[in-house]
Design a protein around this ligand. Structure first.
Ligand code: PLP
Length: 453
């Protein structure tokens, strides 16, 4: 029997990424408030937020400074836009700060409201740039199977997950996927991580040659693949891929929407994973998830091409009402100030060994085939048989069941495709809370094992 508020929800809301059929029976988990790494439901039950919301609430749930920054901007100038040369100081300050922080040569910043819009803008600008450069055939875009880059028509096409393609008439033409860099699942028996990386880089090159390098414009990759399974790439992967991309003048876009702003123990995942992208997409932790904001870095060659197009066409025909919303920018400025002042990112690096030790110890659990991560992010994979890596029938939805047990234990984690579970807590999590997280997750796994029997 659903509570009153749950019944109202079921009758009125369509939830993103939810099994709309089973949801009618289970109903929602309605959260009411949060404090630190904890969130509370309408009955006052606490849950350790082991996913930082959706990989975003880096500073936890009760940061008064962020609330004050929003309130102050809200009362001073709640809205103005950046169209037609209009501007405001929070956006200028944020662009200056980001230009300095970016680990890639950056001339300008373009703001969006979400990660999908950021990657969508990347795709459009790649096409626009190659038209400006007089190479209109160079338009195809590559990305990983199981990569996640958003849900707009172009970014769902970039995304390499069946749920985003089946019956959506996607991907649209011109979007191609390459093998997922997941050693645990993709490597041959006895193949080292380095050898696996080399094999995938060779396959990438073969695919580029088969498509015709003059038609391949860009390659998108997440440093750590998030929604596709919280998958850490194998050793040397990006160095080997980079060499291929450089050979054929293919633009490398790092989707840092999860990894940006400290998640891997550096400001950007590109720094932790040895990537040298031309541009970075960011969102989520730039405001600690408190308000919607995303964006991309623009390098000088791209900016030059945009200038030329503006001169030729009489303007730059792209932007959304809320690109660089002043309240979101004010919150982002305060968020980054706190990251710097409170050494949040250095502290992630300090806490990471403890987090990763607890994570990899889950690999000893009878149900877990792989447990791997970096910084304060990790993925575990439930298997029916460790030796053969055999999986349970997807219909049994074992990882979903484990996540439900975790919720009953007062822990929020997320199940992903392939019976994987992601862990990605707020960056402010303390060592004793890391212990609580893994104790609860272990209990959830034990309950799952008992349920299977
Ligand atoms: N790229 C990555 C790596 C993501 O994890 C996400 C969202 O989870 C997106 C893009 C899309 O961002 P949004 O949901 O804000 O559109």
């Amino acid at each position: 029997m659903l509570s009153n508020i749950a019944a109202r929800d079921v009758e009125t809301l369509v939830h993103p990424y939810t099994n709309l059929a089973t949801f009618r029976e289970t109903g929602p988990l309605v959260l009411e408030r949060g404090h630190g790494v904890w969130v509370y439901d309408t009955d006052g039950r606490p849950y350790l937020e082991g996913m930082a919301g959706l990989w975003c609430t880096a500073l936890g749930y009760s940061n008064e400074e962020l609330v004050e920054a929003a309130t102050e901007q809200m009362s001073r100038l709640p809205f103005t836009h950046l169209f037609s040369g209009r501007s405001h100081d929070p956006a200028i300050e944020l662009a200056e700060t980001l230009k300095e922080l970016m680990p890639v040569p950056t001339s300008k910043i373009f703001f969006t409201s979400s990660g999908s819009e950021a990657n969508d803008t990347q795709v459009k600008l790649i096409w626009y740039m190659n038209n400006a450069l007089g190479r209109p055939r160079k338009k195809k875009i590559l990305s990983h199977r199981k990569g996640y880059h958003g849900v707009t028509v172009a970014t769902a096409s970039l995304t390499g997950l069946a749920a985003n393609h089946a019956d959506w008439d996607l991907p649209i033409p011109g979007f191609h996927h390459v093998a997922c860099p997941h050693h645990y699942r993709g490597a041959e028996a006895g193949e080292t991580e380095e050898a696996f990386s080399q094999r995938l880089a060779d396959a990438l090159e073969a695919q580029i040659l088969a498509e015709d390098p003059d038609t391949v414009a860009a390659f998108f990759a997440e440093p750590v693949m998030g929604a596709g399974g919280a998958i850490l790439p194998p050793a040397d992967y990006f160095a080997k891929v980079q060499a291929v991309l450089d050979r054929y003048d293919i633009r490398f876009v790092a989707d840092e929407i999860i990894c940006g702003f400290g998640r891997t123990g550096n400001w950007f995942g590109s720094q932790s994973l040895g990537m040298r992208p031309a541009t970075i997409s960011f969102a989520k932790a730039v405001t600690s998830g408190y308000l919607p904001l995303g964006g991309i870095s623009i390098d000088e060659p791209l900016y030059r091409a945009m200038l030329d197009e503006s001169a030729k066409l009489g303007g730059f025909g792209h932007g959304t009402t809320y690109s660089g919303h002043p309240v979101a920018c004010a919150v982002a400025n305060k968020t980054i100030e706190i990251y710097k002042r409170d050494r949040i990112i250095a502290r992630v690096a300090e806490k990471a060994p403890h987090f990763q030790a607890r994570l990899t110890a889950l690999g000893d659990h009878p149900l877990i085939g792989e447990a791997r991560g970096i910084g304060l992010i990790g993925g575990i994979e439930i298997v029916a048989d460790k030796a053969s890596k055999r999986q349970y029938d997807p219909k049994a939805a074992v990882a979903a069941r484990c996540v439900a047990f975790a919720q009953a234990e007062g822990l929020i984690v997320r199940f992903l495709t392939g019976d994987r579970i992601a862990v990605c807590p707020p960056l402010i999590i303390e060592p004793d809370e890391i212990d609580t997280l893994f104790e609860r997750l272990t209990r959830a796994l034990d309950r799952t094992a008992a349920w299977i029997k």
